[in-house]
Design a binder for this molecule. Structure first.
Ligand SMILES: *Cc1c(COP(=O)(O)O)cnc(C)c1O
Length: 370
């Protein structure tokens, strides 16, 4: 079976976890502090670790002051995590349309959806590609919006020679098991905004003020105060120990993901019915490999035919404006999302996949569409 995605775990991660278990301090402590230091060096600006990518997005929203009654612009074509993070902060996610070549947020469409309640925009770096991020920042500046980047797919991607996370307003990553690097579960928030960092440091641990420093020393505070709503969203030492090892291997992971994606592009682009995303894989570290299949009528059949030949495929994702929780009569039409969604299919991509397996997947896909 060629799996759609999987983690890549070696003896190094297993040993790192065993070392934490041996120390018998499992919660947030020195390993988390070390992982944050490594991440901060990687991005060149401060990083804070949290329980998962969704928590990172929710805490980022809260930290930039998003609250009940506010609206946040977000592409409908994203994992429900982006929408749930916004609604968890009390705000309303406003579904926006996407541009066709990268399936990332279309700020020109978002502009039509601005109201007096709009406080922020959450671009999603779909499949690891960044889209027109400069346009989005200009747009945000024009309307005085905060930008919370959902970079769950884009760990290590560059945009015009600049590392994603290093230049933005506030950027969130996921270290879920199948993302570009993993810490089991986990995530981080990266920002230069010191006020936001202070808020997140407390909010991730039930709002207990200044507890972080104590925890990094494997201690905790007893005489504390709480003034804000917090959550139990911190990272554990077990997770951080995995993350530290994964970060060491990132260059290897990146090279392999880019190699496989380039090979997919090369083999599929010549087919007139198959459209690949427009990515430069010198910059983009692909988390998933998605194609659009012109005129695809029956995706379920295609998925079954592929599975029968030992190939797992996926769909990223059912647009959020079609979900019961976010469906609403006041959603303006989303023509690009609605027309592209039925044509999307995600092909296998992970670090243990071989080029031969890419060839096999392409051969079977081309057989189906021709
Ligand atoms: C994975 C993912 C998240 C959330 O990350 P978790 O660590 O799973 O909570 C958010 N947005 C997108 C686009 C994702 O793919």
């Amino acid at each position: 079976m060629i799996r759609l995605s999987k983690s890549k775990i070696t003896e190094a991660e297993k040993k790192a976890v065993m070392d934490v278990l041996d120390k018998e301090y499992l919660g947030m402590g020195q390993e988390v502090f070390r992982f944050e230091q490594k991440l901060s060096e990687f991005f060149g600006i401060p990083a804070l670790c949290v329980a998962n990518g969704t928590a990172a997005l929710q805490l980022a929203c809260q930290a930039v002051g998003i609250k009940s009654g506010d609206e946040v612009l977000v592409p409908s074509l994203t994992y429900v995590a982006s929408f749930q993070a916004i609604s968890a902060s009390g705000a309303k996610p406003v579904a926006c349309d996407i541009v066709e070549d990268t399936l990332t947020l279309d700020w020109k469409d978002a502009e039509k959806r601005i109201t007096k309640n709009t406080k922020a925009i959450m671009p999603v770096h779909y499949a690891g590609g960044i889209g027109d991020i400069n346009g989005i920042y200009k747009f945000a500046k024009k309307y005085g919006l905060r930008v919370v980047e959902d970079a769950a797919h884009a760990f290590g991607s560059y945009h015009n020679g600049v590392l994603v996370g290093s230049f933005g307003d506030i950027t969130c990553f996921s270290f879920d098991g199948i993302k570009n690097i993993t810490s089991g579960e986990g995530g981080c928030v990266v920002t230069k905004d010191n006020l936001a960092l202070d808020k997140i440091r407390d909010a991730r641990l039930l709002g207990v003020e200044n507890d972080t420093v104590k925890r990094y020393l494997s201690e905790r505070s007893w005489d504390f105060d709480v003034s804000n709503q917090g959550w139990r969203y911190h990272m554990s030492n077990i997770m951080a120990a995995i993350g530290i090892e994964q970060l060491k291997k990132f260059q290897e992971f990146k090279d392999k993901r880019q190699l496989l994606a380039r090979r997919y592009d090369k083999l599929l682009m010549i087919n007139k019915s198959i459209n690949c995303l427009k990515h430069n894989y010198d910059d983009v570290v692909p988390h998933i490999y998605v194609v659009k299949i012109k005129g695809l009528k029956d995706r379920e059949k295609l998925k079954k035919v592929m599975l029968d030949q030992g190939i797992q495929t996926g769909v990223h994702w059912k647009p959020n404006h079609l979900l019961s929780m976010y469906r609403s009569s006041d959603v303006l039409p989303l023509p690009v999302t609605d027309s592209i969604y039925p044509t999307l299919i995600t092909l296998p991509l992970h670090v243990d996949m071989t080029e031969k397996e890419v060839d096999f997947v392409c051969e079977k896909l081309i057989n189906f569409v021709k």
